[in-house]
Structure formats: C-alpha cells, structure tokens
Design a protein around this ligand. Structure first.
Ligand code: ADP
Ligand code: MG
Length: 428
C-alpha cells in the first residue's frame, strides 16, 4: 500500500507542517491511515499524527472526518466529554501524493489490547462500570449535543487515558524527543543503514518508554502495568470518526463492524443513534466477560447475516414480526410469519443464565448486569435507552442505589416487585 494513492512512508525524525511536528515512532494503522507518535515543537508535547492515504476517496473521507472532529472539539472546550480531540490538520506532499494529516491528542492503548492483555478473562465489574460511564458520556455528547453517530463503536476504537498524563510533558516522561534526523541518513548505503537501524531502535524505545511511564502514573501501556492494573483509574476516550456521520445525513448502508452490528443494519430498516447503543452493549459484555457476545459464521445453507440474526434471537428471544419483516433485506432471511427461513431450530439461552453458566458470574452480578444490558438489546431501536438514560441506570451507580434502597421505607409496590421476581425464579 506504500504506492501512489496509498500510505505515506514515514521515518523517525521526519518533519511535518513546516517543521512543527517531528515523527517519533509508529503507533498504529488502519485501513485508511498510519498513525505516528509525533513531537509538537510549538507546544512541547507529544501528539498522535494520523496520515491518510492520498487517493481522492481517502482524502474525501479525511475531510469528512476533520469536519466531524472539528464540530466535536468545538463543543468540548472543557475536555470532559471523553472523545478524542483534534488539535490541528494540514496537507503533506509526499512521493505517493498529497496526504491529509490530522493531529490528535496522544492517547493510550485500546480496550481491545486491554482485553487481550487480560488474556480474554473477565474484567472486574467496577472497572467495566468506569469504562462504561466514559463511553456513555461520550455517546451522549455526540448524540445529543453534536448530532453525530459514531457507527463503529468497538473495543479497538476506545483508547485509554490516564488522569495524569506525563506523555504530554516530555520532561516528566523522562523521554527527550527526537528532534532531527542524523546527518546523511536520507539515502541508502551501508553506513546509513546502521544509522537508520539505530534510529528505529531508539524510536521504538521512545514509544515504549513514554507508554510505560504513563502506565505507572495511571494506566496505559500494559506490559508493565500487570501488577498495578488493580489500582488503575480506568478512563477512556472514543476515537476513529472515519466512519461517523451526521445523524440527519446517514450515508452508508452497511455500517458497523460485524460483531457490533445492530439488527436494523443487517435488515436495512434505516438507522439512528440507537445503533451506537447496540454496539455499546456488545462492548460492555465483551469487557465484562472477555468474549465477543455475537461472533456469527456462515454455515451450510445459511449466510453470516442469518447466523447473526439467529444468535441474537437465541439470546434475546424472538424478533417481533413487524421488525423482522420491516427491512429492505427482510425477505432474504425471514418468512412472512417472521421466522428465519433457513435456520429453524433455535436454542434459547437468556443473558443472565449465560453469565452464570458460562462466565461464572454470581447470581446477583448476573441479574444486575443483565438488567442493565437487556434493554439496550431491544430489537425495536427506539425502545433502547439513550446514552443519557443509560447513565442513570442503577448498575452504573451501585453505591448510591443501595444506599437509597435501604434508606427508603419499603412500600407495597416495592415488596410486590420483589416477590414477583422471586416467584419467577422459584417457578423456573
Ligand atoms: P483508521 O481510521 O485508519 O482505522 P484509526 O483512527 O482507527 O484509523 O487509528 C488507527 C490506529 O492508530 C488505532 O487503532 C490506534 O492504535 C492508533 N491511534 C489512533 N488515534 C490515536 C491517538 N489519538 N493516540 C494514540 N494512538 C492512536
Ligand atoms: Mg480504526
């Protein structure tokens, strides 16, 4: 992909925007871009430099992303919305063409790395709660104040932050930034290669060291953070607005990464901010269990989409007929009764049983977590709680809710609810 129209090749020490930013080491990459740790000489701090592929369609996408990120930054002047901040943007001419570049605040590892680091084991529920609060605060801001749908919410697109972030302060991070390329390292040749290699190693160390320091201060790089993970204040921000859209101008038909895709997207019934709430619930489940909730596969005689719909119904119950037959794709999957055409026998399993039986949650933890998640998995998109409503859920505010519960005198209604629940469980 490092050809005309593709990625821009970057070397440590390369300068951008007339020398303001200096590339340090590669942080990651996506379909459309490479992302570099860079040093901002104007503000003396580290930033993330996202360099888009140069072809027209990628440039177009980057312009759209810049438009959204600018709107997001504009309404978040106090930086408390848990969404990545755009600092600057510019064009960079290279051998493969003109690349649009975005300068973003430098964040830490993704939640996907956190899950992998935990070896796909379940994460302590209090940590999941903290992370969920950040994600929901971000979503609430995007949905209600900016009018944007993220449309690709998943652990990979949520990055950790730390409360004290020395990475923004090179002196406290103990890492001197690389400010220039050594003499003569521009072209090939054996001596240059040695310099080049040394520089590469130094860049790698720089990225690792900065990350490590952040870990000890509050939780980012995970290699050394193993022992300290318990005490970490888990906070994170939403990133990757490459697929995001204005709520009133949804453009792509197929949105979201497969496993986090809402049923109305599969059925092509139109979508709204409710799709982000579905992905959020899938993400919360994954954090709490270490497993993806829905991992559909095509099988003999049925497609991945059909398996996906079947998995959803096995866990959440039958889809209401009106919803099942209401989409542009419905006829491919459902008959007129609202039953799947090619997958007939479903094995029903409720979310709280799944949490107890497979993930060894205690009965109480399972019930409470399922009570939080289940409404978000409503097949009727408009019935899903909004981010704002979810933030009010007792599962996210456990101490306050227990307090009020004991403080309040029992009234008839409360007792009734308790008894009917008990009866249902005994009945089972
Ligand atoms: P794409 O749109 O090409 O998928 P992303 O915005 O998802 O690009 O970025 C690709 C990768 O770069 C991310 O998965 C992450 O590892 C890294 N990254 C992106 N933004 C930042 C940031 N602000 N701070 C640190 N790393 C980042
Ligand atoms: Mg991405």
């Amino acid at each position: 992909s490092y050809r005309k129209g593709g990625y821009h090749a970057v070397r440590t020490g390369d300068q951008f925007a007339g020398g303001r930013y200096i590339a340090q080491g590669k942080l990651g990459w996506g379909q459309f871009s490479t992302v570099w740790l860079a040093y901002d000489t104007q503000n003396s701090k580290y930033v993330a430099l996202k360099i888009q592929k140069s072809a027209a369609e990628f440039a177009q996408a980057a312009l759209h992303e810049i438009e959204l990120l600018s709107a997001i930054a504009k309404g978040d002047t106090s930086d408390d919305k848990f969404v990545v901040r755009l600092i600057d943007h510019f064009k960079h001419a290279g051998p493969n063409g003109q690349h649009l570049c975005m300068v973003l605040e430098f964040l830490g590892d993704s939640l996907l790395r956190l899950i992998k680091f935990n070896r796909y084991k379940r994460m302590e529920l209090n940590k999941v709660r903290e992370i969920c609060k950040c994600i929901l605060t971000g979503l609430d801001y995007l949905h209600r104040e900016v009018g944007i749908l993220h449309t690709d919410l998943k652990p990979e697109n949520i990055l950790l932050i730390s409360t004290i972030d020395p990475s923004k302060d090179p002196i406290r991070s103990g890492q001197t930034p690389i400010l220039e390329r050594p003499e003569g390292s521009q072209n090939g040749g054996s001596t240059m290669n040695i310099i080049e290699k040394k520089l590469k190693r130094r860049a790698k160390r720089a990225v690792a060291k900065i990350s490590e320091r952040r870990a000890s201060m509050g939780g980012v790089e995970l290699t050394k953070a193993a022992r300290t993970l318990d005490g970490i204040d888990m906070r994170c921000k939403l990133v990757d607005f490459g697929n995001a859209c204005w709520a009133d101008k949804p453009f792509a038909e197929e949105i979201q990464t497969r496993q986090y895709r809402a049923p109305e997207v599969i059925l092509q019934s139109g979508y709204s901010s409710c799709v982000d709430m579905w992905s959020f619930a899938c993400t919360a489940f994954e954090l709490a269990t270490g497993d993806m909730l829905f991992a559909p596969k095509p099988g003999q005689g049925f497609s991945e989409d059909e398996d996906h719909l079947a998995l959803m119904m096995e866990l959440l119950g039958k889809m209401p007929r009106k919803i099942a037959i209401g989409g542009a794709q419905s006829k491919d999957y459902f008959d007129r009764h609202g039953d799947l055409k090619r997958i007939r026998r479903l094995k029903y399993w409720s979310l709280d049983r799944l949490l107890v039986d497979k993930y060894k949650f205690s009965e109480v933890d399972a019930r409470e977590f399922a009570e939080f998640l289940c409404p978000l998995f409503d097949f009727v998109p408009e019935k899903r709680p909004t981010a704002q409503q979810s933030l009010q859920h007792p599962w996210l505010n456990p101490t306050t809710s227990t307090q009020t519960e004991t403080e309040k005198k029992p009234n008839v209604e409360r007792v009734d609810v308790g008894m009917s629940k008990l009866q249902i469980r005994v009945g089972k």
